[in-house]
Design a protein around this ligand. Structure first.
Ligand SMILES: *[C@@H]1O[C@H](CO)[C@@H](O)[C@H](O)[C@H]1NC(C)=O
Length: 333
């Protein structure tokens, strides 16, 4: 019953999230003519340079070209007009207006993405301090770390400045992060049940799937709808697999609650994506709060990893020293 409701919820969620490029703000005639006149009076012919360059250094560094500046300036003028007429603050090109800080387009999302990256670094250090290098699946957690850190850094860069290139990398990386979670649970559940060759086949299949979808994402225009449905499907499969596995092992491996908390937070945090309202103080929107909500994930998952590697190491030692005895599980923590 619970699982069915969860699936229904996720399907509804995947249908409700549709990203579009054209929004009320950038369609408004005032905005359109504002950008046009701003560009013709301030920008050079290619739209990038300024006729009269007074741009602060940090904005130059973060590639705010003249046409971007015009769009930014006209965005705020349009917002002001909308608010004066008591109309809801509009989106522009699928994004809410945010106060620009140090050239950051979406400062809150940048900060929270970096916070996620920081938690991964901190927890990996803890993992490396606590887990003995020869432990089973030691490498798997390192791979998890690299993929997650890479994804969060690109998320920060994309929210700093939205270009076709950074957008592509953000989408490709968040897909790689989700797929990494599915890979993690697959390998954890199968590594001592199937042969090494089967694991290699699984790994190759994951790499091929990643490559194929990333190639697909590189095509324009991005099919946001399909991408989100695929992401939700992958997230759901990994989450449910973890839940079921945690449930069956809850008595033998007391520490699995950490993993269950990880899955629960991921699922709950996703609900923040359902809200779509103008940002509080033109800084905090629900997308950034979603990134904030994912920061505790690393705290639980690496702690689970530490306990699990130790569990597997003892299990292996037990198995090696008492090969002739049937496994009783009595020696486990
Ligand atoms: C463009 O020029 C106008 C008039 O000089 C000025 O008010 C405006 O701030 C300029 N905009 C940009 C983006 O440089």
């Amino acid at each position: 019953m619970y699982v069915k409701m969860l699936i229904l919820f996720l399907i509804l969620l995947s249908m409700s999230i549709t990203l579009t490029y054209s929004s009320p703000g950038d369609n408004d005639p005032f905005y359109v003519s504002c950008v046009e006149s701003c560009k013709s009076s301030n920008c050079t012919k290619d739209g990038k340079g300024f006729k009269e360059d007074k741009q602060p250094f940090i904005l130059k560094m973060t590639l705010w070209y003249c046409n971007h500046e015009c769009k930014h300036e006209c965005m705020w003028k349009t917002v002001k007009i909308f608010n004066e007429r008591f109309r809801k603050t509009p989106q522009f090109y699928g994004k809410w207006p945010f106060i620009r800080i140090l050239g950051m387009q979406e400062p809150a999302s940048v900060v929270f993405s970096l916070l996620n990256a920081f938690v991964h670094i901190k927890m990996m250090r803890k993992f490396r301090a606590k887990v003995k290098p020869g432990s089973p699946l030691f490498w798997l957690w390192h791979l998890f770390f690299v993929v997650c850190l890479h994804a969060w850094l690109w998320s920060a860069i994309f929210h700093y400045r939205d270009f076709v290139f950074t957008e592509f990398l953000d989408y490709a990386c968040s897909f790689s992060l989700l797929l990494m979670n599915l890979y993690l649970v697959s390998i954890r559940l199968l590594h001592n049940k199937v042969s090494k060759y089967a694991l290699i086949v699984i790994t190759v299949a994951f790499i091929m799937f990643l490559t194929k979808h990333v190639a697909y994402l590189s095509k324009r225009p991005i099919d946001y709808d399909y991408n989100i449905k695929l992401n939700v499907a992958i997230g759901t499969i990994s989450g449910l697999s973890w839940y079921i596995w945690c449930f069956y092992n809850r008595n033998r491996q007391k520490y699995v609650w950490k993993c269950a908390v990880y899955v629960t937070i991921s699922g709950t945090a996703l609900a923040l994506e359902l809200f779509d309202r103008p940002p509080y103080f033109y800084v905090l929107d629900y997308h950034s709060l979603w990134h904030l909500a994912t920061t505790p994930l690393g705290l639980f998952m690496y702690r689970f990893g530490i306990d699990d590697c130790e569990f597997l190491r003892r299990q292996k030692l037990d198995g090696d020293s008492k090969k002739d005895f049937p496994y009783t599980g009595k020696h486990q923590v």
